[in-house]
Design a protein around this ligand. Structure first.
Ligand code: KDG
Ligand code: MG
Length: 416
């Protein structure tokens, strides 16, 4: 009997989890991967990377999750999710939900491989051919940022996020020296950056005025504030940017207090995206139900995997809020693979963030997704279509890195 036949005929013995391991590797940047193995020899991979806090998730998996997995039926994805979430007295939080996501995605991968079906078909099948993605253009000044946008357009991108240096500020968020490579977690202890909301608020409308003049009206343009503004400042920026028709303005103010977004909505019709740091449907619920946002960015890796993010997307769909998953390079190719299957299926898809992983990263994680004409296409291999070369992974030992912090000129701590 083939593996696929045995699954369809319900061979619990074949599906039993016999081993699970955490693989930490740093091919260009740090990644944590969970490998779950079944008695039949079929294995699944889940991403467990939480930038700057990698070993916290690895330890949670090794000490508190893996011992519970051994002997379980890999096919009981929902029950395993509920066991890890409801069964734990201490719930939620980025570390726990990233660990649960790693297990969940690995189990969906196993199910796909055993059934001989790509993940998007298990979810309900194709809703679109390719997945619209946005790339990251950044420049030290407006001139350079516009030239970078042009470079992305020439590569086929239909949507580009644009960030730009702020005069007088060293290292503002999102501005990189190396083309295509964005990695803010660059030192063992957090680097200090300077922030000034007034200088930034003066600059950003000028940036988008120039981008529309240089690149026309049809290109989709996005911008990430990275939680730096107070609600009333965010409202002003969203209003000032209205003439430039942004696809979205991201993380305009911290979402700890969702009511802050009411102030933005009262003053502007610029679409808002929020949620890359969320890890539960309860973080999203108020913003979605009160229609305070237009795109939800919560990612599969940081919010409990396919099983939980599917519930978030369904809730969002009721309010015409669309998905726009986080896709920075600190989410491994395993997350990108799973996200692309999800994006290919989900009814209320909006856009997918896509930053290029380095060649080193891509060699360690062989994958079957491809980029063409501004869209990513998931492959047809069973599961999520991303593997890990464990031998190669061993050549890149963990290298501790933390994300930067931001301070105002007078030394006051700020949101980075
Ligand atoms: O680890 C932090 C990064 O993922 C974050 O800074 C990237 O804001 C980000 C984005 O929109 O991709
Ligand atoms: Mg962001």
């Amino acid at each position: 009997m083939s593996i696929a036949q045995s699954v369809l005929q319900g061979s619990v013995r074949d599906r039993q989890i016999v081993a699970a391991r955490v693989i930490v590797t740093s091919p260009g940047r740090n990644f944590v991967t969970l490998k779950v193995e079944t008695r039949s020899g079929v294995f699944g991979l889940g991403d467990a990377t939480l930038n700057g806090r990698e070993l916290a998730v690895a330890a949670y998996l090794e000490h508190h999750v893996i011992p519970n997995l051994i002997g379980r039926d890999a096919g009981c994805i929902e029950d395993t999710w509920q066991f890890l979430y409801r069964g734990a007295y201490w719930r939620r939080g980025p570390v726990t939900m990233t660990a649960i996501a790693a297990v969940d995605v690995a189990l969906w991968d196993i199910l796909g491989k055993m059934a001989g079906l790509p993940l998007y078909r298990l979810l309900g099948g194709r809703s679109r051919e390719g997945v619209l993605v946005y790339g990251h253009a950044s420049g030290r000044d407006i001139e350079e940022a516009s030239a970078e946008v042009a470079r992305f357009v020439s590569m086929g991108y239909r949507a580009v996020r644009a960030q730009c240096g702020v005069p007088g500020l060293k290292k503002p968020y999102g501005v990189t020296r190396e083309k295509n490579a964005y990695e803010p977690a660059e030192s063992e202890l957090p680097a200090e950056t300077l922030w000034s909301s007034p200088a930034y608020l003066e600059l950003v409308p000028k940036l988008f005025d120039r981008l529309r003049a240089d690149h026309g009206r049809s290109l989709e343009l996005l911008h990430d504030v990275h939680h730096r503004l107070a609600p009333i400042e965010a409202a002003r920026l969203a209003r000032d940017l209205e003439p430039y028709r942004l696809f979205w303005l991201e993380d305009a103010t911290p979402a700890d207090n969702p009511a802050g977004f009411e102030l933005i909505r009262r003053h502007a019709v610029t679409p808002l995206a929020v949620g890359e740091v969320f890890n539960s449907i309860f973080d999203c619920k108020g913003l979605i139900e009160r229609q305070l946002i237009d795109f939800i960015r919560t990612s599969i890796v940081h919010a409990g995997g396919v099983t939980h993010v599917r519930r978030i997307a369904d809730l969002a769909g009721l309010y015409q809020v669309r998905t726009g998953f986080h896709g920075a390079t600190d989410l491994s190719p395993v997350t990108m693979g799973a996200a692309l299957h999800f994006d290919t299926w989900v009814a209320n898809f909006g856009i997918q963030e896509y930053m290029h992983h380095t060649e080193q990263t891509l060699e360690v994680f062989p994958h079957d997704y491809t980029f063409r004409d501004g869209r990513l296409y998931c492959g047809e291999s069973p599961g999520h279509g991303v593997d890990i070369d464990e031998q190669l992974a061993q050549r890149y030992p963990y290298s501790p890195r933390q994300l930067p912090i931001a301070r105002l000129e007078d030394g006051t701590m700020w949101d980075w």
